[in-house]
Design a protein around this ligand. Structure first.
Ligand code: FAD
Length: 362
């Protein structure tokens, strides 16, 4: 890495509410922040409603007073049309929401970030970003028909629904299910599994439908916030029949665990030896955030062309006893803590962490 400092400590791609709020907070904490916003402000935007829950956030970042100017009227309730039902949900007393002029709202937020010390590049589009040799990030920015490279210690993508770095976001559930359907059709089974697309926080099945729910491969730890995990366990308890079981496997948090880089996990041919693929994995632990990240690098070689696809799988560090307490809280009685698939008892040193629980009531 270079001795010269990067152009900014943090570069934020996108100056909408998320990018502006992040810039404001970081600038007030004394960080050297740059925001690259692709569009000129104020821009035309449909009005939006802010839920009451947004108000404390505006207070926390200290912009509520200025934003009052963008408010055209308050709202006392939320009307929800969902699955053929309409519910009117009154906001708690004294907690009104608001309708705001979103064009002005965005501009005021970004102005506040600038007043706090954030540097603003606008209109300026982030078109590419790469890991640099001299600095952690080298980010290519286009503005007024010219291109420049800005170096940064951190890059935050706050570009909204569109990906800041080109390409469309891939939604994988539908193609993966289609592939799985093809494969299951080949298996000779008396009862072929039915594959259903759904949200595990609200399983799309009736109450007491199953005798067993399996949650393998650290899936419960892939829910990165507590609210999602609580909702999922509640949903699991709901679809289990009394006496039914849930079995889960956790990503172990071993004392002997070490971060590693560049381990080849898989290597082989696809499409009749037309393409050679390698999967290289690196593991990074972030104790301060309570996360373990598995960075995956798929390298495909076809004739002389090489394509790389990178993504990361993030898991929360939750010990087996902590997960057991969450199960109990969801009304599930823990019946086994296992340290192997052969049924050995669990210890902190076990490399396999399995938890089995039962829905009481039979
Ligand atoms: C039709 C619709 C109605 C909605 N109504 C409501 C509502 O009533 N209430 C509510 O709370 N929410 C509403 N939302 C959701 C709300 O708009 C989003 O949650 C919110 O805008 C997200 O803020 P953001 O900063 O993450 O992204 P955005 O607001 O999308 O901001 C992203 C910013 O990044 C910039 N950008 C994009 N790519 C680049 C790039 N490559 N380089 C530089 N800059 C870039 C964009 O110009 C933009 O300014 C609505 C959404 C839609 C689509």
């Amino acid at each position: 890495m270079s001795e010269r400092p990067p152009d900014c400590q943090v570069l934020i791609a996108g100056g909408g509410p998320a990018g502006a709020a992040l810039a404001l907070r970081l600038a007030r904490l004394g960080c050297d922040v740059c925001v690259a916003e692709g569009q000129a402000f104020p821009r035309r935007h449909i009005g939006v409603s802010l839920a009451p829950a947004a108000m404390p956030v505006l207070d926390q970042i200290g912009v509520r007073d200025r934003l009052e100017a963008t408010r055209c009227c308050g709202s006392e309730s939320t009307i929800v049309h969902w699955a053929g039902r309409t519910d009117i949900l009154p906001h708690p007393p004294g907690q009104a929401g608001a309708q705001v002029d979103r064009g002005r709202f965005d501009q005021i937020l970004l102005d506040e970030a600038r007043r706090a010390g954030a540097r603003l590049l606008q209109p300026a589009r982030v078109v590419a970003a790469r890991r640099g040799r001299s600095h952690p990030w080298e980010v290519e920015i286009e503005s007024g028909g010219r291109s420049r490279t800005v170096t940064a210690g951190f890059l935050a993508i706050a570009a909204g629904r569109r990906s800041a770095l080109g390409g469309r976001r891939k939604r994988l559930s539908a193609p993966m299910l289609a592939r799985a359907r093809k494969r299951t059709a080949r298996i000779r089974l008396k009862h072929r599994p039915r594959l259903v697309r759904g949200d595990i926080r609200a399983l799309p099945f009736p109450d007491a439908r199953f005798g067993l729910v399996a949650a393998p491969y650290g899936i419960l730890q892939s829910l990165l916030n507590e609210r999602d995990l609580t909702a999922t366990l509640k949903s699991v308890a709901r679809v289990l029949a009394p006496g039914g079981r849930v079995a889960t496997e956790l990503v172990a948090d071993l004392p002997s665990w070490r971060e590693y880089r560049g381990q080849t996990r898989l290597r082989g041919w696809r499409q009749g030896r037309k393409a050679h693929v390698t999967l290289v994995e690196s593991v990074e632990q972030q104790p301060a955030r309570g996360l373990t990240l598995f960075h995956q690098d798929f390298i495909e070689k076809r004739a002389r062309a090489v394509t790389r696809r990178r993504f990361a799988l993030a898991f929360r560090t939750i010990s087996l006893p902590q997960m057991a307490r969450r199960f109990e809280k969801a009304g599930l009685r823990v019946t086994a803590r296992l340290g192997s698939y052969d049924g050995d008892p669990w210890t902190r040193e076990s490399e396999t962490w399995l938890l089995v629980a039962e829905k009481p009531g039979r």
